[in-house]
Ligand binder design. Structure first.
Ligand code: AQP
Length: 332
């Protein structure tokens, strides 16, 4: 049986990259797969989070999933900390994964920066918790943006090593699903940097809750080069900002990059940006509005997360019992 697990961290500033790289794909995949979508609050605290902001962001991510069209009845939506087996399995995986594997993780290097000694142990062990998130449900497929590919490879290594060490076939080896024309949306201020929640500039990202004026302004101010739009894919080489805006247009209009350059090749950016802004407003505007409506009803959002957690626990518990037996832990 094919099962999907994927997550988003409640670290504030949900943006177009999170939408195009992850959440929008989930809306499509829910028709084909049994899906478990998680607000990964335990991952979020690997860097400092104000407790009240963490709670609000947890509700915001859940609202984003629902507002984007993930059906909370047909799928499971919950926050990670409500299912304690994530932490339990992560500990087992801390004892399976090798230090050398974690030392190669580029996200840790980027996030810890120069001050490595001061990074939390959780930030370092993050990929082991991510492997636990996926394998706790024996998920077979994990839809993510390009930036998470290395972590999925580590989850595959952990599944294989666990199975080999304990001579079992308990865990499937999960496959990443990296889908769409915008698997790595870049900053609007610098086409060589990923659009990210933690960028200090608001103008680097389009937030999922931005209104029409903010969206239009951010696209108008987006960095570009002085040349007109390229006329073919090769013409995008060495022009990261142009490639990024074209990729965003292709993803939002559900077309290919080739179609976009065919349509707009040779045009000035001012014209293209106007069309891109209209497209972004019509795609994201209604989602942002619905998110705001849902966030004003925390009772409803909390009930979705509670119900989802209960259903997630029902899947996780028997799998965790299998893990106990395989490892040799005595249980009641
Ligand atoms: N720029 C992006 N383009 C495409 N996909 C992206 N994702 C994130 N940024 C982009 C995908 O969104 C999902 C959830 O990401 P996350 O919340 O777990 O964390 P992240 O990747 O650390 O997100 P940010 O925005 O980049 O946060 P910071 O600034 O804290 O590093 C994942 O599937 C991810 O691939």
């Amino acid at each position: 049986m094919n099962r999907i697990f994927s997550g988003v961290q409640p670290t504030g500033n949900l943006h177009l990259g999170n939408y195009l790289g992850a959440i929008r794909n989930w809306v499509r995949l829910q028709k084909e797969f049994e899906c478990i979508f998680c607000v990964v609050d335990m991952h979020a605290i690997t860097v400092w989070q104000e407790p009240a902001a963490l709670t609000a962001s947890t509700r915001e991510v859940a609202a984003a999933m629902i507002a984007s069209g993930v059906d909370p009845k047909a799928n499971i939506i919950f926050n990670q900390s409500q299912v304690s087996a994530h932490a339990e399995l992560a500990w087992v995986f801390n004892c399976v994964a090798r230090l050398g594997w974690l030392n190669r993780m580029t996200q840790f290097k980027e996030k810890a920066g120069k001050n490595r000694e001061n990074a939390s142990v959780g930030l370092y062990a993050y990929p082991n918790l991510m492997a636990a998130d996926i394998l706790l449900y024996k998920a077979t497929h994990v839809p993510v943006g390009e930036d998470q590919k290395q972590h999925i490879e580590l989850a595959r290594d952990i599944a294989q090593k666990f199975n080999n060490d304990f001579k079992t076939e308990l865990f499937p080896v999960p496959e990443p699903l990296i889908l769409g024309a915008a698997t790595r949306v870049m900053s609007l201020r610098d086409g060589t940097k990923k659009m990210s929640k933690s960028d200090p500039s608001e103008y680097s990202r389009i937030a999922m809750t931005d209104g029409p004026d903010e969206i239009a302004k951010k696209i108008r101010k987006a960095k570009t080069d002085p040349e007109p739009l390229p006329t073919d894919r090769e013409g995008m080489t060495g022009r990261p900002e142009a490639a990024n805006l074209i990729g965003i247009y292709a993803a939002l209009s559900d077309s290919d990059v080739e179609d976009v350059v065919k349509k707009y090749g040779g045009e000035q950016f001012s014209t293209f940006k106007q069309h891109l802004a209209d497209l972004a407003v019509s795609s994201l505007g209604p989602i942002g509005e619905e998110m705001k409506r849902l966030m004003a009803d925390p009772g409803y959002v909390d009930s979705v997360l509670r119900d989802g957690a209960e259903r997630a626990r029902a899947i996780a518990e028997p799998i965790m019992r299998e893990v106990h037996d395989v490892v040799g832990f005595l249980r009641p």
